[in-house]
Design a protein. Structure first.
Length: 523
């Protein structure tokens, strides 16, 4: 057991250390920045009230119950970011050291040694749990060092630990249910999406009947701890009990399935069929994920488009100032549109990166050797997946723009449809740049494929909190999204669009050359 734990740590130590350090530093500097953000308690109270009045802010980060909260919107936003970062980390750890190991055949080698069958799952769960505890404790220390109260800081750290343990349990169950690592990811990330939507609906509903939905979400349980916002410790019992039950279920289910199989087998394919090209195979592999992303973007566009017309009546000057710190530009409605467009662009970049990294997943699973044994060339394989990444991310923003602008135009009886639709397409070159960076990682640093996600995380942190933290302008300019025009507020500028497009094309060309020449496979 100890040997497996040391091996798991050795394989993931860089990813874990970097992610944990980022969360610690983010917490400290965010807390320290709050001291200078509002000059008086009255300003802080007004900002909290305006945050509650904005449907978009409440949907993304939650409700502030105590308007005099010392953390206010800053603590709410920080907590949500930390929750999501830890959730993605523990899911990656559990999947990598369980289901992914079964697919590569390493479990068979481990099983041939004097190691208990449940040892790999225990190892993955222990590592994820330790990471959650360390990240939670570090968050508490960072908040205390920044000057926030002791009780709220401790509760914020414990809430973060609770979220991490809850999704560790959910990931462990998903491993037992699924027959492949891809299906496992669909199950557990589907659970994450459901948890976030339940919490979002409950927060937007407020005191309405739908408010009870927050108690069905592990993220909602963590929010109900309310650090700096009422300081309630008793909701921490829920994630503790849930994680124990979920892990118990996972271990029971593991004893009921065969090695390499899942309790819910993958759906059978067609009895006859032919995938004659690398592009057709790539599309077959990525189609389910793409459809899920597209549905999510269209639904998001419909929801955000339905509230665009009411934003102007909900926001005052203080609320507009707050949304500008979150990346928005302009006044009232336009400010809201630029903020939503920025969030959607980051989501499209996440899809593009994930699609490109599917190249690496196929290589690690041993499928690439079989494919390259046919007349399929490396470049055909490369362009098949990259084409889906670029075209897919583009279509996601197109779908969101059509849904959002169309819904707003229908509810308002007309309006600037093309103006709002075009605003969602302006960040596309920046999305392509991040996709090109991920392609270069696959081509030149295949063992460090997580760097693609690390670059996206850095862009998110700089864009979300760079202004609040007072980062130098040159640091904030590293993000490609800092250079695209903020439509529909700013005038269209084609120079940065063309430069970023050429940069993306250059990155893709370099990646293609590197992928064609490097050793393969790299395990």
């Amino acid at each position: 057991m100890s040997g497996l734990l040391r091996l798991a740590w050795r394989r993931d130590r860089v990813m874990i250390l970097v992610t944990v350090a980022v969360v610690w530093v983010l917490t400290y500097y965010s807390v320290a920045a709050m001291k200078t953000l509002y000059a008086s308690p009255a300003e802080l109270r007004l900002a909290n009230a305006e945050a509650n009045a904005s449907t978009g802010v409440v949907a993304m980060y939650g409700t502030i119950h105590d308007l005099d909260s010392v953390g206010g919107i800053g603590a709410t936003k920080l907590a949500m970011l930390n929750f999501l970062i830890l959730i993605f980390l523990v899911i990656a750890i559990v999947r990598r050291h369980t289901r992914a190991e079964e697919e590569t055949g390493r479990f068979e080698l481990v099983g041939a040694t004097p190691v208990a069958r449940r040892a790999p799952l225990v190892t993955a769960v222990l590592l994820a749990a330790v990471v959650a505890v360390v990240m939670g404790l570090g968050t508490t220390v960072g908040a205390l060092a920044g000057g926030w109260p002791v009780t709220g800081s401790v509760l914020m750290g414990l809430a973060l630990i609770g979220v991490g343990l809850s999704f560790t349990g959910l990931a462990a169950i998903a491993v037992q249910l699924s027959a492949s690592n891809r299906t496992c990811g669909a199950w557990v990330f589907g659970a994450l999406g459901l948890a976030f939507v339940l919490r979002m609906v409950a927060d937007v509903a407020g005191d309405g009947p739908a408010g009870v939905l927050t108690w069905l979400s592990p993220i909602g349980w963590a929010q109900q701890v309310r650090p700096y916002d009422g300081d309630r410790a008793w909701p921490l019992v829920l994630p503790l009990v849930f994680s124990v039950l979920a892990l118990t279920v996972a271990f029971v289910l593991q004893g009921r399935r065969d090695l390499g199989a899942g309790l819910l087998p993958d759906r059978r394919g067609r009895a006859t069929g032919r995938l004659g090209t690398a592009a057709a195979l790539a599309w077959r592999l990525q189609q389910p994920g793409y459809v899920g992303w597209l549905v999510g973007f269209v639904v998001m566009g419909l929801v955000f488009g339905a509230v665009v017309g009411t934003i102007g009546g909900l926001m005052t000057g203080q609320a507009e100032d707050m949304l500008r710190r979150m990346g928005g530009v302009g006044v009232a409605t336009d400010l809201y549109l630029t903020m939503v467009g920025g969030i959607a662009a980051l989501g499209a970049a996440a899809f593009g990166i994930g699609s490109v990294l599917r190249l690496r997943a196929e290589e690690s699973a041993g499928h690439l050797e079989l494919l390259l044994g046919t007349p399929v060339t490396r470049l055909r394989q490369f362009w098949a997946h990259l084409g889906i990444a670029l075209a897919g991310s583009t279509s996601l923003l197109v779908g969101l723009g059509l849904a959002m602008a169309g819904t707003h135009a229908a509810s308002a009886g007309g309006g600037a449809f093309w103006r709002e639709f075009g605003a969602n397409l302006a960040p596309l070159p920046a999305v392509w740049v991040l996709t090109g960076v991920a392609a270069c990682v696959v081509a030149f640093l295949p063992r460090l494929d997580w760097l693609g996600w690390a670059v996206l995380a850095a862009v998110v942190l700089v864009g979300e909190l760079g202004g609040l933290l007072g980062l130098p302008s040159w640091v904030m300019q590293i993000s490609p999204f800092a250079h695209v025009p903020k439509l529909p507020v700013q005038p269209m500028s084609w120079t940065p669009e063309v430069v970023l497009t050429l940069l993306a094309a250059g990155l893709v060309a370099v990646a293609a050359a590197g992928y064609r020449r490097r050793d393969m496979p790299v395990i």
